[in-house]
Design a binder for this molecule. Structure first.
Ligand code: TXD
Length: 323
């Protein structure tokens, strides 16, 4: 992989969060309160990002940090961002298919990327908007950046959900559990029990197959379970935590190994498709892709997951061509 020099020149780094809805505003708070970066919060809605930024600024003395939070509707204010996170989009409404949402959010993500890249030409993009794998593809193409500088957040969240359910089932600390979920962000995600461990012991040695299957099923439906409870809106605390840990690994060059949506070019026998796999995240973005040793069944599940993403690539290409 050809790596270009880091854009991170001096502290504090600057992170733009596009979309000041539930995920975007929670992420801005986490980034600032962890003292990780100055934050530019941008939205199309006038006043909302400015109001949220002022509110967050007024908490600084209490939270004891000095990060700047700027709210804006103008991309000029996002100039020289080290990382741009895209959370802008619309949620699915009753009667709307995933395809309808893909086109609506596809146009939004395309426009956001084109505007953001003008002011931060060597940034690193993290896409959060759904449908995740397809939106990440759009940002990669529209930005013209190398693949290691464009990635999607989903696997960290799906793994965190699996980790939580395993901890609840076993009655142990969540911190002692390391969970791995690969694949696309949706019903075909691929939780890997063999690579899910409690202090190094695989859960396949600690639970029976039926229990593991129930936890996997709950993980797959993790987002929907929260939507059903909340009635309006969807999860944002764990999604913003998940995005924050990716930003942190990049800005601090921590080189964490995290499941990230990336463009595969032969790894896992897959090519030219965005899908979630473990990656090493450092100051240049995706520093490398880790290839786990998968069983035939695990490999098949990953390929099926990737195939579902690939089936939509015509529509993504058509959208890009018409822009
Ligand atoms: O795991 C994951 N990747 C996800 C993805 C986890 C949780 C949420 N997931 C998706 O993220 C969700 O399905 C949505 O597509 C996005 C954002 O979720 P959020 O819950 O934050 O949605 P909101 O609260 O509706 O916020 C969206 C904001 C809102 O303020 C709009 O005004 C803004 O996006 N928006 C825009 N901002 C800038 N530019 C444009 N064009 C624009 N259009 C809408």
């Amino acid at each position: 992989m050809a790596l270009t020099p880091s854009t991170i020149a001096c502290f504090p780094p600057r992170v733009t969060v596009v979309g000041s809805g539930n995920v975007g505003s929670a992420l801005a708070q986490r980034l600032a309160e962890k003292n990780l970066a100055d934050v530019v919060l941008l939205d199309v809605v006038e006043g909302r990002p400015q109001g949220l930024a002022l509110d967050l600024m007024q908490a600084r003395g209490i939270e004891r940090h000095d990060r700047q939070i700027i709210g804006t509707n103008d991309y000029a204010d996002t100039a020289n961002s080290d990382v741009v996170v895209i959370t802008a989009g619309l949620p699915r409404k009753p009667g709307m298919s995933r395809d309808d949402l893909m086109l609506i959010n596809g146009k939004i993500v395309l426009e956001v990327t084109k505007q953001a890249i003008v002011h931060s030409p060597n940034t690193i993009f993290i896409v959060v908007t759904n449908p995740l794998d397809q939106m990440t593809h759009i940002t990669w193409k529209a930005s013209g950046l190398p693949v290691h500088q464009v990635m999607g957040m989903a696997g960290v969240l799906d793994s965190a959900r699996f980790q939580t359910f395993v901890a609840m089932e076993l009655g142990v600390s969540t911190s002692d559990i390391s969970a791995t979920v690969l694949g696309s962000h949706g019903d075909l995600m691929v939780p890997l029990p063999r690579y899910t461990t409690v202090n190094g012991i695989s859960i396949t040695e600690l639970m029976d197959a039926d229990t593991i299957e129930q936890l996997i099923d709950r993980t797959r439906k993790g987002g929907a379970e929260i939507v059903d409870l909340m009635k309006t809106g969807s999860a944002f605390y764990a999604p913003s935590s998940s995005t924050c840990v990716m930003v942190e690994s990049i800005l601090l060059n921590k080189c964490r190994i995290l499941p990230v949506t990336t463009y595969l070019q032969g790894q896992y026998g897959l090519r030219d498709v965005f899908v979630g796999v473990p990656c090493r995240l450092g100051c240049q973005g995706i520093e490398s892709v880790l290839e786990l040793d998968l069983t035939e069944a695990e490999q098949l599940a990953l390929h099926q997951s990737a195939e579902a993403v690939r089936q939509t690539s015509d529509r993504i290409e058509a959208l890009l061509a018409s822009s």
